[in-house]
Design a protein around this ligand. Structure first.
Ligand code: ADP
Length: 160
């Protein structure tokens, strides 16, 4: 069975993440969407909230499991006996960081390969950071986020 890990902060999950998960599910038999528990980034949503939104937003997609992890992704991968990490590549601007990360992970564990998937062009500009900014400025989020995330984000930011 071909399995892969898709790690991220998912604060919150956007249509871009969903797109990558769907594409990965056409290639792999099982995808573990691995949610960073204690992120270096300050998250708007708690770990429990991020997992809950992710589960709801991906409800119809078979072949996925949502799990949390702490520490290095490679350690989590080894623990799970999985040697593929999936990452999304939006723009050239993602490339340098992702390239560094992929090679660092390979150095940490030579068995691990990182596979990059590109989202639909319509989502290539989308980021969780951007949607949080739009929400705080009162913009419409319907084109960017699953419905459950739109209401959760508006509620969090104090708009309904
Ligand atoms: P991280 O903190 O690990 O970067 P994110 O939740 O921001 O976590 O992103 C997880 C992965 O999803 C990363 O590989 C990121 O490049 C990718 N990603 C984020 N937004 C999009 C998008 N709109 N389209 C495709 N991939 C995306």
């Amino acid at each position: 069975m071909k399995r892969a890990i898709y790690p991220g902060t998912f604060d919150p999950i956007t249509f871009g993440h969903v797109d990558i998960i769907k594409r990965a599910s056409l290639i792999f038999d099982k995808i573990i969407v691995a949610v960073v528990k204690n992120s270096f980034k300050d998250t708007l949503f708690s770990y429990e909230e991020r997992v809950n939104l992710l589960k709801k937003a991906t409800k119809g997609i078979k072949k996925i499991e949502v799990e949390g992890f702490e520490g290095l992704v490679v350690d989590f991968a080894v623990k799970k006996n999985i040697n593929v990490i999936i990452r999304g590549l939006r723009m050239i601007s993602d490339f340098e960081y992702e390239f560094q990360m992929a090679l660092t992970n390979r150095k940490l564990s030579s068995r691990i390969e990182t596979i990059f998937l590109m989202p639909h062009a319509g989502y290539s500009y989308l980021s969780s950071r951007l949607v949080k900014e739009i929400a705080s400025l009162g913009g419409n989020l319907d084109d960017f986020l699953p419905r459950v995330c739109v209401s959760a984000l508006n509620k969090k930011i104090g708009r309904r």
